[in-house]
Design a protein around this ligand. Structure first.
Ligand SMILES: Cc1cc2nc3c(=O)[nH]c(=O)nc-3n(C[C@H](O)[C@H](O)[C@H](O)COP(=O)(O)OP(=O)(O)OC[C@H]3O[C@@H](n4cnc5c(N)ncnc54)[C@H](O)[C@@H]3O)c2cc1C
Ligand SMILES: NC(=O)c1ccc[n+]([C@@H]2O[C@H](COP(=O)([O-])OP(=O)(O)OC[C@H]3O[C@@H](n4cnc5c(N)ncnc54)[C@H](OP(=O)(O)O)[C@@H]3O)[C@@H](O)[C@H]2O)c1
Ligand SMILES: Cc1cc2nc3c(=O)[nH]c(=O)nc-3n(C[C@H](O)[C@H](O)[C@H](O)COP(=O)(O)O)c2cc1C
Length: 580
């Protein structure tokens, strides 16, 4: 650690903040400064006394909650016995990732920022909050922050900085070596359930049911997946999620191998070393080869981030291609990057297909291509030790250039068969279901966690315990085509249902909520709660505005009072939003 100049720590639930942290560290290394990156919880706290600059990047999850991998660090910072000059030797800055449709927007990073100030740390430069809802995307906010950080670092470390020309490729953090003389590894010996660094939270389970929930003729395929654990030792609560670890399609992997000219070496054993804190969640698949690294770990189907181009251009041999790739990596050329990759959702594989002279050295693969992130799915059944059920909307859409795109995880899941084994992690979401009557709003697959809330309440009532009355607003397209779990609602105790079938003239959930404003007001004004789940984007904001309007009218409040009441509900965890 001795020679580290800057600590970059992140709190990240689904990997975005982590990506930004690594990209920042990579760029800082070009100033000849030595950054150290890790999640906040994996930071050795004594290291805080060995540096004078700390950069924090964190998303917000749940209802204004901290991501799982920074909670321990926050708890430490909040210790009462820490003196107010505890961090006075530190200059810091913070960058938050959030979604402005949530009332507790960027709450986590604000907490860190406030606490660092309380503990005597000084701001290195202005902080940033990146909004997922903004049309420019979070990266635009992040780029602005990175610029400020660089200006500040150049001042602070003016005696030390020697800018490394961008033509130089830095020493990789991951050490990859192919053993060309060893016998080839048989593909059948490699399976995603066999992993080194097998974290105890990972479990091997079996797919015991995969069934289509929507009408075969309906455009949106939604599948119900039942996962079973033979050891009957699953532990989870209503509101929890599972992580799945998707893999690339064999054909896409082969195309990548062909394009890179790796056919001779792709099945040789490969050794991979890296610092512990950058081992991906879920660990590495055992018996790695270039092929299995590409299949299980490298996200060749994702839209490449700017950091991809910032490094990839070095490896194109054609001058024109090199120039073009270099341009795409420049912050000033954000519009070009947006038009080339983000708008058409171009994948890394497609970029490699188009830039024919781009040959990535094997040693640099993990520096250039991001690792595949696990995908989360809401558990939709009543907790039990043996099974987990999820409802998965298969992602398939046409881009603006009319190409068909498929989601990585959902198309992988769809390719699996009953009895196949996979690894999963069960994640605790700490959902506190309000002990009151509730409004439930669940358009599309947002119905998934709501189903388990309804089943839980139904069981309470059937067991003669204190159940509640729920008013469910469903939001689907056609009653006969995609009314997910619709047949179950009449059998559930304590449940009233109001449907909105959007393609049968029924409008959207916010419209039906408005039509039933008296019932909604009566539940909310008598201390009831609201749980909302589904796609992020316009829906959660529109539902929120509708609820605000109902509170305003029913209580004869002005706008400010209604907004404050809703915020209070949110802080008391009576208004719960889970959108993805
Ligand atoms: C807490 C949580 C719970 C979740 N629960 C569920 C659940 O119960 N069920 C469920 O189905 N999903 C759920 N998700 C979403 C899930 O984790 C995945 O994000 C989703 O399945 C897509 O993964 P994928 O790998 O198939 O798609 P990816 O390869 O990751 O592609 C998804 C991306 O494609 C783009 N995209 C997708 N559709 C379109 C479109 N129509 N037009 C333009 N662009 C588009 C978007 O950029 C999107 O981010 C949940 C997510 C979270 C965070
Ligand atoms: N673009 C993205 O980034 C993104 C994000 C999440 C999900 N998705 C896509 O959505 C699919 C899964 O979604 P899903 O099955 O959960 O259904 P969904 O697409 O969220 O749709 C569910 C219902 O919500 C309605 N709806 C659309 N816009 C709305 C709004 N502003 N307010 C209220 N309701 C609205 C839909 O109506 P209509 O269809 O009739 O308008 C439909 O009846 C995935 O396959 C994925 O492709 C895309
Ligand atoms: C289930 C869920 C809950 C969220 N809650 C909040 C929130 O309360 N406030 C906020 O500003 N953003 C919220 N967000 C948005 C995330 O902060 C945003 O998507 C971020 O980019 C995720 O970064 P990560 O991948 O590093 O976790 C939420 C996102 C999800 C999926």
């Amino acid at each position: 650690m001795g020679d580290v100049d800057i600590i970059i720590i992140y709190g990240s639930e689904t990997g975005t903040a982590q990506d930004f942290a690594y990209s920042l560290a990579h760029r800082i290394r070009y100033l000849s400064l030595k950054p150290m990156v890790c999640s906040m919880d994996s930071l050795d706290l004594t290291q805080l006394f060995e540096v004078s600059t700390v950069l924090l990047i964190s998303s917000t999850t749940g209802q204004g909650e901290l991501p799982r991998n920074c909670k321990k660090f926050y708890k430490f910072l909040m210790r009462r016995n820490l003196p107010t000059n505890f961090l006075e030797h530190i200059k810091f800055s913070t960058c938050g990732l959030g979604d402005s449709s949530y009332a507790l927007y960027n709450y986590a990073i604000r907490k860190f920022h406030a606490r660092f100030l309380q503990l005597g740390a000084l701001e290195l430069c202005n902080r940033a909050e990146c909004d997922e809802q903004s049309p420019e995307g979070q990266e635009a906010f992040y780029n602005g922050w990175e610029k400020l950080i660089f200006e500040a670092l150049k001042k602070k470390y003016s005696n030390k900085i020697v800018e490394i020309p961008d033509s130089i490729v830095l020493e990789p953090e991951y050490k990859i070596k192919i053993d060309k003389d060893a016998p080839k590894v048989d593909i059948s010996e490699i399976h995603s359930i066999n992993r080194s660094n097998f974290d105890k939270s990972l479990r091997t389970v079996k797919l015991s049911e995969m069934s289509r929930m929507t009408d075969p003729a309906h455009f949106q395929d939604v599948i119900k997946v039942v996962i079973s654990d033979e050891s009957k030792s699953l532990k989870y609560q209503v509101g929890d999620t599972i992580s799945l670890y998707p893999e690339n399609d064999f054909k896409d992997v082969q195309s990548f191998i062909n394009l890179q000219g790796w056919n001779d070496v792709c099945d040789q054993p490969l050794s991979l070393e890296c610092p512990e804190h950058i081992i991906p969640e879920g660990g590495w698949v055992k018996n790695l080869t270039l092929r299995s690294l590409l299949q299980y770990h490298l996200d060749i189907m994702t839209v490449p981030p700017r950091s991809f181009f910032q490094l990839a251009w070095h490896f194109a041999s054609d001058d024109r291609e090199m120039e073009k790739l270099k341009e795409l990596g420049k912050i000033e050329e954000s519009e070009q990057l947006y038009d080339y990759v983000n708008r058409p959702h171009r994948s890394i594989l497609e970029v490699v297909q188009e830039f024919f002279s781009l040959k990535i050295p094997v040693e640099q693969l993990l520096e250039v291509i991001p690792v595949i992130k696990p995908r989360l799915f809401s558990i939709c059944n009543l907790p039990n030790p043996e099974t987990v059920e999820i409802a998965v909307a298969i992602v398939e859409y046409k881009t603006i250039i009319r190409r068909i795109r498929k989601g990585l995880c959902t198309s992988w899941l769809k390719s699996l068969k009953v009895n196949d084994k996979i690894v999963i992690t069960v994640n605790s979401n700490n959902l506190k279901i309000p002990k009151s009557d509730m409004i439930l709003v669940g358009p599309g697959t947002g119905i998934a966690p709501i189903r388990s809330i309804i089943q839980f309440n139904d069981k309470l009532i059937r067991d003669g315990e204190n159940g509640h009355n729920y008013l469910l607003f469903t939001g689907h397209r056609h009653k006969e085509k995609d009314y997910l779990f619709g047949e179950e609602w009449p059998t559930m105790k304590g449940l009233n249902v109001v449907d909105s079938f959007s393609r049968q003239g029924g409008g959207y959930v916010q419209e039906t909520i408005w039509k039933h404003n008296d019932q909604v007001a009566s539940i909310l004004n008598s201390g009831g709660g609201l749980y909302l789940c589904g796609s992020s984007g316009k829906m959660p904001t529109q539902v929120r505005l509708t609820i605000e309007e109902i509170l305003k009218e029913s209580n004869k409040w002005d706008e400010q009072t209604a907004k404050a009441a809703l915020l209070k509900m949110e802080k008391e965890k009576r208004y719960i939003q889970e959108t993805w």
